[in-house]
Design a protein around this ligand. Sequence first.
Ligand code: GLN
Length: 446
Amino acid sequence: HSLKRIQATDGQIGAFLTLDEEGAREEAAKLDRQLASGGERGLLFGLPSGLKDNMVTKGLRTTCGSKFLENYVPVHDATVVNKLRSAQSVTMGKLNMDEFAMGGSNENSAYHPVRNPWDPTRVPGGSSGGSAAAVAAGQLYFALGSDTGGSIRQPAAYCGVVGLKPTYGLVSRFGLVAFASSLDQIGPITKNVEDAAYVLQAIAGHDELDSTSANVEIPDYTAALTGNVRGLRIGVPKEYLGQGVDPQVKERVLESLRVFESLGAVWEEVSLPHTEYAVSAYYLLASSEASSNLARFDGVRYGVRAEDPANLMDLYRRSRSEGFGPEVKRRIMLGTYSLSSGYYDAYYKKAQQVRTLIKRDFDQVLEKYDLIIGPTAPTPAFQLGEQVDDPLTMYLNDILTIPVSLAGVPAVSIPCGFADGLPVGLQIIGKPFDETTVLRAAHAFE
Ligand code: GLN
């Protein structure tokens, strides 16, 4: 069913970079045999899934949406890939994304753009645009995405599906090609909240192969979906419904809050006063970390290697000039600049201090409230080509997801209605490692 659906729709949507039909058929046949010989069904038994193409897969090309890794075939599997296999999901292939996860529209893919299944003239969001579009188009039952500043939640919002960014450290990043290591987090993109709880159950947990992986008890996420949100306290940041937020998006959020009220939750206006500095701080920090992480792409170890280099410098320079696209180069330059001596204190260090203030904003509100609720993105999906030449406008799409990433707290985007026929996402933000409350509220609302 999944293969048929992919074949029928992906010419239009462009969600896949690598379809692994043979691997998927083999895996499915293996599961059939196991079941026939009396084996137990795993948590995600037989469910067709897909992986954003920055999660490494043994023997299966992993491009990161970049020409640099066009022919890169990893020698091992990411921890999440092993976990999905243990849960008996069948992986159908690798999904399109902005190059090295840098972008918010999937137009930075070095291969081809992804089209929004709701309106093919519009972007699916990014950088996990392929993951969100594939689930929205019914090609897959779920997909994994990665979120550094919004890349699970924003495409989920634009495509009308559920996208969960777990607490930093809950899901292992071993085998996730690093963009900004202090922010990157893997999470599920699904059709509904219950599915998100199942997938999170399968992929969460400590991993000694990831030094930032948290050693915490993993709760029963599906058992938390009780439908009961009576007495839950919700803070609604005034900064999230202010200037720049589309009036229809704002209206959908206010309607959603009334639904929570009718379910017995209470909400009040709160403030996250440093919100306006988040985008600037993020683009310095994320780019600084990226400039360091992407130093490994040197023409020697992975992917592209320039032909006939005159010397080592020439090999580096030409491999990187040929292999990376314009947005990646922009970030490497910005990050290298902000980390260089003489500028470090003024830019990188200052941005780190701002990050601390933003984290404190969240700590203070989450001391009094169980959840913070607002829109996921200020507008619905925009037109392909509309913002691609204007990086600063593009960066502002993440103004409501980036602060959450800087604070490291969990958040889900769930569909909450439409604006001019396009899906609108509601963002539900929780306390660190309190995914159960986030999912419980999202599920009760849904
Ligand atoms: N759009 C943001 C960026 O371009 C977020 C990316 C992400 O979360 N991977 O950096």
